[in-house]
Design a protein. Structure first.
Length: 417
């Protein structure tokens, strides 16, 4: 922990920027928007299915745009890029507060998913992975805590704001806070960024001029890959089997959690209490991942980080006992905590940081596609009578194949470099 405090003290401003953007991504996360679900359905006269369809279509549109927009961060000043991302998120909140009609609701959902879930997290993780080398793991793990803090504190705040201001009033306040507080805060935390960027460009130019040897710390290749080169490289596709798994599988299972609870005769209160264990272990393993990445590299972790989640989901296959929920959430929380830091660090180590925005944007877009499709796919399975145990078993099979696939993919990367 001493190394963490020392690192934070030396880099407080930029780390706070990464943390803040990760926190603000909560405005576009499913758990946050879902808190307004009942009010939105009543206001627009929508069924559960119709609301879910609009939200899924907006998510898919967001994922498509993220494939393109993610790369802009490689060519635009981080201060300008962050400014417009926060500004666009504020606009989406304002549309939610004042909009009327299904089309306007779709536009608002799109803005929240694209700017919140998509670009906020993308900007945070890309910035931390790009501008830190030896301390990359710690920087990513600290910034990722913003997601956990959002999950811990925002739901209660939303309930209070809806009670006092109404659901539209709550969104209006979010827009005002983003414009009046968060935009200045982001720009303040990025003061002096030009010097940081110039140092990075000088280091990359020097490495490319040498065209040999290893980067600082030995973890990062001196080669700076273009996105089209990455997409022609087999490692990318093998590793993506592991990268998309946590979000896709957990979203699919949790989206149908009520059906799971009813099928297994679990108590809803107990299930909700166990979710706190998920958040706790996500934070613990997220913090622990930083020094481990810095010491051993993300390449060594990415092959194995899915295993806890696989064991946890297996508990759903084997048992209806209430403790199976706790095992699932604890072990899945461990994988979730490792996920953001390990995967973001891996892309930087494997393919360099000059075009990291384009690479991470493409990865994020594919991952969002997975989270949009899995609830529909799992729902169709439930509708045709496939049991929760079999669905969970298929998730385990995915992980069983993803682990050796990732290991094989790393062999291609080693031979290439």
């Amino acid at each position: 922990m001493r190394s963490y405090f020392s690192f934070i003290g030396q880099n407080a401003g930029f780390l706070s920027f990464g943390f803040l953007l990760a926190f603000l991504s909560s405005f576009g996360q499913t758990y946050f928007v879902a808190l307004f679900g009942a009010d939105i359905r009543n206001e627009y006269g929508l069924s559960h299915g119709h609301l879910g369809l609009i939200f899924s279509l907006a998510t898919l549109a967001s994922a498509t745009c993220l494939l393109w927009a993610g790369r802009i961060i490689d060519r635009v000043d981080l201060r300008l890029y962050s400014f417009f991302v926060v500004l666009a998120l504020a606009a989406a909140c304002a549309i939610m507060a004042s909009g009327r009609g299904i089309i306007v609701l779709f536009v608002a959902f799109f803005g929240l998913r694209f700017c919140g879930q998509g670009l906020m997290g993308h900007t945070s993780q890309t910035a931390m992975a790009r501008y830190y080398d030896k301390g990359r793991g710690k920087a990513l793990s600290i910034a990722s805590l913003g997601h956990a803090f959002g999950q811990a504190f925002l739901p209660s705040l939303v309930i209070v704001m809806i009670a006092y201001s109404g659901w539209r009033g709550a969104w209006a306040w979010y827009a005002i806070i983003l414009l009046a507080v968060m935009v200045p805060a982001v720009l303040f935390l990025l003061r002096g960024h030009q010097e940081r960027h110039d140092r990075l460009m000088k280091r990359l130019d020097s490495q490319e001029a040498e065209n040999s040897g290893e980067a600082d710390g030995g973890a990062e290749s001196t080669r700076q890959w273009q996105l089209n080169e990455v997409l022609r490289h087999p490692t990318f596709y093998f590793v993506m089997c592991s990268v998309i798994a946590p979000g896709m599988l957990m979203t699919g299972l949790l989206f149908h959690q009520i059906h799971m609870i009813e099928t297994k005769s679990w108590d809803l209160t107990w299930f909700a209490a166990c979710f706190s264990a998920f958040a706790l272990f996500s934070v613990i393993f997220g913090i622990a991942s930083g020094p481990i990445i810095d010491r051993y590299s993300a390449r060594r972790l990415i092959t194995w980080y899915l295993i806890p989640m696989g064991v946890g989901i297996m508990a759903l296959v084997l048992s209806d006992h209430p403790l199976a929920v706790l095992v699932w959430f604890v072990l899945s929380g461990a994988t979730s905590g490792l996920h953001r830091s390990v995967t973001s660090a891996f892309w930087a180590e494997a393919y360099g940081v000059r075009n990291l925005g384009a690479i991470r944007g493409f990865v994020s877009g594919i991952s969002v596609f997975g989270t949009a499709i899995s609830p529909v796919l799992f729902g169709q399975m439930i509708d045709v009578g496939i049991s929760v145990e079999l669905i969970a078993g298929l998730c385990v099979i995915w992980i069983v194949f993803a682990v050796p696939a990732t290991w094989l993919g790393l062999r291609f990367l080693t031979r290439t470099n």
